[in-house]
Design a protein around this ligand. Sequence first.
Ligand SMILES: [Zn+2]
Length: 239
Amino acid sequence: MTGLPQMPIVARLDLATLTLPESHPASQAGTTTPVYGYCILHPDGPILVDTGVGFGNDVIDELYKPQRTPLDEALRRHGVELTDVVAVINSHLHFDHCGQNTLLYGRPIPVLAQAAEYEAIERDEYYTVAEWALPPVRQRRTIQGDERVAEGVTILATPGHTPGHQSVLVQGGDRRVIIGAQAVWALDELLGEQASVENVEANPDRQMAAVDSIRRIKAFKPHTVYFSHCPPFESTEHG
Ligand SMILES: [Zn+2]
């Protein structure tokens, strides 16, 4: 896993705010959560990690009352045009992580998700919004475990929240950053190496997998870890 000579900018995209429904494990009346995607400003071209909530699904709109930023607008705030994007990585295929993938369907760029996510969609019709989550077959790059995506950019399998959840390690200069996405729901899970009911429900297998994934992320001794629904972790170890 070699790095780039310099750490590329990892831009945070503020893609949406959701109001969580009563049925959500993290919900108290009116609880809202941010939805962040990320864009790695890689020398080969911008690599997008997650695309937020899509448009036009009445069930999602009714349940989560999403306030969305269009993906092209969120990217433009960082000087990136949608047409510049060279690859899309989905941390997992829940509706709030792949919703605006559709804007990139039909373009000659790959969309990378784990095989276990596509299997989850086949098993459970309520897993996600399939028309957002499923790219045209020719764009689909199905990942099994870890994979190098570009110089200094490596996908790391970090299951727990979902069976095929993945994170992205970015290495440049003497720095390491991990986009941990929804490996945790809140920062204290990373600090305390524990899984929360909010992220994995009361499911012992998922809890165990999530804790293993948290330990895996920390073992890289990253300088920064970015998440989908909470603020980043900034290491103090590196001075
Ligand atoms: Zn999720």
